[in-house]
Design a protein around this ligand. Structure first.
Ligand code: S3P
Length: 439
């Protein structure tokens, strides 16, 4: 994809549904009794992988242009898959579904694409094994393909034990995996994490009727607790716009001169909205309009105007609230005055790509002054940023962050393998084009 600098951006957009919430609606809907109706579902490849896995386990899922209808079969209603569960590029599908599969009375194997099959799974294999699950990395490398419950006597249900797990990483995927296995355990299951990660599982499972609670302690650590459950009930869910997708157009409007964009119905759950706080620290002009709240998930329309940005420090407990937005924040920092320090973010190394490497590599190709560190990067902003050739390495967030950089750079930019944006934002380039035509 070839991208030219933009003169200005104007218009109103709605970004696709939240990826994390879309996955969870399908998973919890499958385990509930009744039909869960979902609107503004994200039709990205990752969420389609989740749908594919549950169809393979006997769940009927109707997919119309405006709605997804998941015909749940109850907490014990999944059927043994006849094929390997294909999790594609999706870490969320892999880790959350592993928690659910640990409680099933049938064996299963799940596997993904080349990138997914190199991502660390020990982080879920360890707690799920402590609960009594039988979970094995088929290549003995702590990565997928994973085989779950292969040693079960046919028809027997695994006996999972409730545990209190202290996770080393603040990861919603680890937390959710353990909590979902906890639905099938013999007592309370608790997960304590070093800082609060996104809490969509806790909020949504409560809405489906699970006995789940959470607490942030004085030292910033957080504990979620769940009791075993025999029944979840179907829900109607309107998925908020994904703040991780909105982030690209927030940044584009801030960086491209003379721009004004209204981004409607964006999820601003505080465990996800760290980018908005950083934008404020960097001097961004963002106004919140039409605040609303559905099932505990707050939303707002965001009015964003071109701003002259300054550097900021991004660290500590803020990191889990903006982990997926760091490539975009790093690009903004390259255009900002002063220094931006990003630290405590070594989790970036185990995303779809090593994003410390792919982000700093891309920034250097465009002329930025950036130094990778072991847990983040340091960016001295204000150097002229020019077009270049950016390898997305098939990472959707790298492709989108550098497409935005291209809009504000001098000269043209080529993004290699740009179609990977379909993982989380089908229509991204069309929306980018539309905002320039209207300007
Ligand atoms: C996600 C959690 C995050 C995030 C990922 C989606 C989720 O991962 O990076 O894109 O839906 O739970 P970790 O919780 O492992 O950091």
């Amino acid at each position: 994809m070839e991208i030219k600098p933009a003169k200005r951006l104007r218009g109103e957009i709605t970004v696709p549904g939240d990826k994390s919430i879309s996955h969870r609606c399908v998973m919890f809907g499958a385990l509930a009794e009744g039909t869960t109706e979902i609107t503004h579902f994200l039709e990205g490849a990752d969420c389609l992988s989740t749908i594919g896995c549950f169809r393979e386990m006997g769940i009927e899922i109707e997919h119309t242009p405006n709605q997804i209808r998941v015909h749940g079969r109850g907490i014990r209603g999944l059927r043994a898959p006849q094929n390997v569960l294909d999790v594609g590029n999706s870490g969320t599908t892999t880790r959350l579904i592993s928690g659910i599969l640990s409680g099933q009375s049938f064996p299963s194997v799940l596997s993904g694409d080349a990138s997914l099959n190199t991502r660390p799974m020990k982080r879920i294999m360890e707690p799920l094994s402590l609960m009594g699950a039988d979970i094995e990395s088929l290549k003995k490398n702590d990565c997928a393909p994973l085989c779950i419950n292969s040693h079960l006597q046919s028809g027997a249900s695994p006996v999972l034990t409730g545990i209190h797990y202290h996770s080393k990483v603040a990861s919603a995927q680890v937390k959710s995996s353990v909590l979902l296995a906890g639905l099938y355990a013999d007592g309370m299951t608790q997960v304590t994490e070093p800082a609060l990660s996104r809490n969509h599982t806790e909020l949504m499972l409560k809405g489906f009727g699970a006995d789940i609670s959470s607490l942030v302690h004085d030292d910033g650590t957080a504990t979620a607790s769940i009791l075993p459950c025999t029944r979840l009930s179907a829900q109607k869910i309107r998925v908020p716009g994904d703040i991780s997708s909105a982030a690209y157009f927030i940044a584009a409007a801030l960086l491209v001169p003379d721009s004004e964009l209204l981004i409607q119905n964006v999820g601003i759950n505080p465990t996800r909205a760290g980018i908005l706080s950083i934008c404020r620290d960097m001097g961004a002009d963002i106004t919140y309009l039409n605040r609303d709240d559905r099932n505990g998930e707050p939303t707002a329309d965001l009015l964003v105007r071109t701003s002259s940005l300054c550097g900021a420090t991004v660290e500590g407990s803020a990191i889990p609230t903006l982990i997926d937005e760091i490539p975009m924040i790093a690009v903004m920092a390259a255009f900002a005055k002063g220094t931006t320090i990003i630290k405590d973010a070594s989790e970036l190394k185990v995303k779809e790509t090593d994003r410390i490497f792919t982000t700093t590599e891309g920034l250097k190709a465009m002329g930025a002054d950036v130094t990778p560190t072991d847990d983040g990067m340091i960016i001295h902003g204000g150097r002229p940023i020019h077009g270049g050739c950016i390898d997305s390495h098939l990472d959707h967030r790298i492709a989108m962050a550098f497409s935005v950089a291209a809009l504000a750079a001098e000269g043209n930019t080529t993004i290699l393998n740009s179609q990977c944006v379909d993982i989380s934002y089908p229509g991204f380039f069309e929306t980018m084009q539309k905002l320039q035509e209207k300007a």
